[in-house]
Design a binder for this molecule. Sequence first.
Ligand SMILES: Nc1nc2c(ncn2[C@@H]2O[C@H](COP(=O)(O)OP(=O)(O)OP(=O)(O)O)[C@@H](O)[C@H]2O)c(=O)[nH]1
Ligand SMILES: [Zn+2]
Length: 203
Amino acid sequence: MGREPLEDDEIGREPLQVDHARIEKAVREILIAIGEDPDRDGLQDTPARVARAYSEQFAGLGQVPEDVLTKVFDVDHDEMILVRDIEVYSTCEHHLVPFHGLAHVGYIPNDKGQVTGLSKLARLVDVYARRPQVQERMTSQIADALMRVLEPRGVIVVIECEHLCMTMRGVRKPGAKTTTSAVRGMFRDSDKTRAEAMALILR
Ligand SMILES: Nc1nc2c(ncn2[C@@H]2O[C@H](COP(=O)(O)OP(=O)(O)OP(=O)(O)O)[C@@H](O)[C@H]2O)c(=O)[nH]1
Ligand SMILES: [Zn+2]
């Protein structure tokens, strides 16, 4: 047995301790199970490579939003701030294959004008993308984290992704895109504010 599964509110409290030896053993087993020879030249180092790749792909399990939303500045700006087209790469928790696309993250600062660095919004996306995920949960988690840490007047997160589990296998519909959104605060309460943000995001 490995460690006990983490409760939702425990995820990210400690740096990710990936059990490389265990991943290597499991990947070797998978290679054998598909009828491959794990000792042939090209595959010899694969279990170790996969372990290293997984530490990177799932590094978000060892992070909390506060790790990346570190700098909060006071600026005299109380209108929408939107970062569009943030590349997102995540891993579908059903098939452990990638889904990828674009995230758009916007917020309206609180009346103290508290904002964070623009790059921090992209870093926040990665905290949640680098976990086994479903797109809907990732979208809400990003919105909720921003609301909690920045205490803004509103947050909007829109994510558009292509899921490889739908394109390279299964139903095989290349090009199908899934759009999810999460709106909080003013973006939820005001149709006008939400429409303004959507127009900027989808232009
Ligand atoms: N809602 C949601 N579904 C997802 C996401 N990623 C993958 N899925 C879906 O998860 C579902 C899993 O369905 P199952 O029937 O358990 O698995 P499956 O037999 O491999 O399904 P197929 O993909 O249809 O072959 C599939 O419909 C996937 O398209 C996601 O981010 N959100
Ligand atoms: Zn999938």
